[in-house]
Design a binder for this molecule. Structure first.
Ligand SMILES: NC(=O)c1ccc[n+]([C@@H]2O[C@H](COP(=O)([O-])OP(=O)(O)OC[C@H]3O[C@@H](n4cnc5c(N)ncnc54)[C@H](O)[C@@H]3O)[C@@H](O)[C@H]2O)c1
Length: 447
């Protein structure tokens, strides 16, 4: 099939490369000429493991093309995907749909023959109706169908998530469009991936419901972690103890500094906005948004408390800036709350992230960037782990100890053992694992 993708960001680029790898002929379009030129030269605009090789092989096989000119891409396409951004609208938190509607207008002007217009961007319920209306108005005679096909990939594991998804959701009431979507995803049918056909509105809501549920789950375990600290329990054991219950499931139960990233913050906000507009508030999600925002702010206080309550003139070595490992995405990362608060309290901050320092440099002021984890903590009074990159999981603690001036370690991802760190002479603080209790005999073995 011939596919055009409008918007070559995380979702557009990964979807385009994967569809091409399935054997379809894909043209990725973006307005950003620099991005397209770089892609033509084989330079990825984002850090995503395996993406450069996947793009290179499909470009070489002439199944994947990049352009700023939507005309050729859309004219011959069986399916045109809209994968543009839907950020939070300033002021009210509603999803800003101007890019989606802009793309719809463009598609309307250029499509030729029966075309399936697929909204892959995360969009509020009813957006598909609006997209259909825009196209119908511009081209009353055109044959087309507007389909919702939300994307569930995770940054950092995007290719695997696209190629081996838990499910594919397709929202359409149009029989012809359904056949086109089936053909596009046929390679996944062969893997027995569940493909769920729903109405368009249901499909749009599924995406928000999924993200909101995951945000609830993370926030739940984060609050359990706070309670663990008060009552003397270990949150990792609580997670395991509840996660083994098949009704709960073990994933998304790692306590940490609060969720961030390009999706959960804006999607939870947009869902509550839609729910309020329809007079059916989702109060649990309202609360989750507030709790998470407060949590990100509280993390700086946790660091300051671990350093004795005053960080004036102290140096803090920070490991990890991206909102999670394996991405350079800094959107709504907890580090964006934590670092300025530490600076405002008088600390000097030296940070290292394997991939996100370039992005972070645009968003954080007066941070010194180091070339490695060890360089970041050189002469530091404290080391703070914010992102759980693999390379931070087995640091040479002897070398860290020698490099540091102080001995305070604040591990906001629980990647080290309190007992082990205490043995090594660190004053170690983590999330929901009060040190005196984790040392008690009889603690559950985590395997
Ligand atoms: N990033 C994720 O992990 C993820 C996961 C699932 C769903 N989503 C959703 O997918 C959508 C896209 O997210 P993203 O992170 O890929 O965004 P992004 O900001 O990385 O990329 C969007 C791209 O669209 C381009 N663009 C905007 N208008 C255009 C137009 N008219 N023509 C051509 N190009 C245009 C921009 O230049 C940009 O490169 C959002 O709705 C998001 O919520 C994202």
């Amino acid at each position: 099939m011939r596919v055009a993708i409008i918007g070559t960001g995380y979702v557009g680029l990964v979807s385009g490369a994967c569809f091409a790898d399935f054997g379809h002929t894909v043209t990725c379009v973006d307005k950003d000429a620099v991005k397209i030129e770089k892609l033509k030269d084989g330079v990825m605009p984002i850090y995503e493991p395996g993406l450069d090789a996947l793009v290179a092989s499909n470009v070489k096989e002439e199944r994947l093309f990049f352009t700023t000119d939507a005309r050729e891409a859309i004219k011959d396409a069986d399916a045109v995907f809209i994968a543009v951004g839907t950020p939070s609208r300033r002021g009210d938190g509603h999803a800003d749909l101007s890019y989606v509607y802009g793309a719809a207008e463009e598609i309307a002007g250029l499509m030729d023959g029966f075309t399936v217009v697929v909204t892959k961007s995360t969009v509020p319920v009813g957006t598909g109706d609006e997209v259909e209306e825009i196209i119908r108005k511009a081209r009353p005679e055109a044959e087309f169908a507007v389909v919702s096909n939300p994307e569930f990939l995770r940054e950092g594991a995007a290719i695997k998530d696209f190629k081996i998804p838990d499910r594919v959701v397709v929202g359409t009431e149009d029989a012809r469009a359904r056949e086109v979507m089936k053909e596009l995803y046929r390679p996944l049918f062969l893997n027995e991936t569940p493909i769920l056909f729903t109405s368009r509105r249901t499909s749009e809501l599924i995406k928000y419901a999924a993200n909101a549920f995951l945000a609830v789950k993370i926030t739940f375990i984060n609050e359990m972690a706070d309670l663990c600290e008060k009552v003397g329990a270990n949150v990792q054991e609580v997670s395991r103890g509840i996660g083994l219950d098949g009704r709960i499931g073990a994933k998304f139960l790692n306590a940490g500094p609060g969720y961030g990233g390009s999706c959960f913050p804006k999607d939870t906000l947009a869902l509550t906005k839609t729910a309020n507009d329809y007079g059916s508030p989702v109060r649990i999600v309202d609360t989750v948004i507030d709790v998470n925002a407060a949590r990100k702010k509280a993390m700086a206080d946790k660091v300051i408390a671990a350093m004795g309550g005053d960080v004036t003139g102290k140096t803090i070595g920070v490991l990890g800036l991206a909102f999670k490992q394996n991405t350079d995405d800094m959107r709504d990362a907890p580090s964006l709350d934590i670092l300025p608060a530490l600076q405002a309290a008088g600390a000097r901050v030296v940070a290292y992230d394997p991939e996100a320092m370039k992005e972070a440099a645009h968003l954080l002021k007066n941070i010194e960037f180091a070339g490695s984890a060890y360089a970041a903590v050189d002469g530091a009074d404290a080391m703070v782990i914010i992102t759980e990159w693999d390379q931070f999981r087995a640091l040479d603690m002897g070398r860290i100890k020698t490099a540091m001036k102080g001995n305070v370690v604040v591990d906001l991802r629980n990647i080290y053992s309190p007992e082990d760190m205490a043995k090594r002479g660190f004053a170690y603080t983590s999330i929901g694992r009060p040190e005196e209790f984790s040392r008690q005999p009889g603690n559950m073995e985590l395997t």
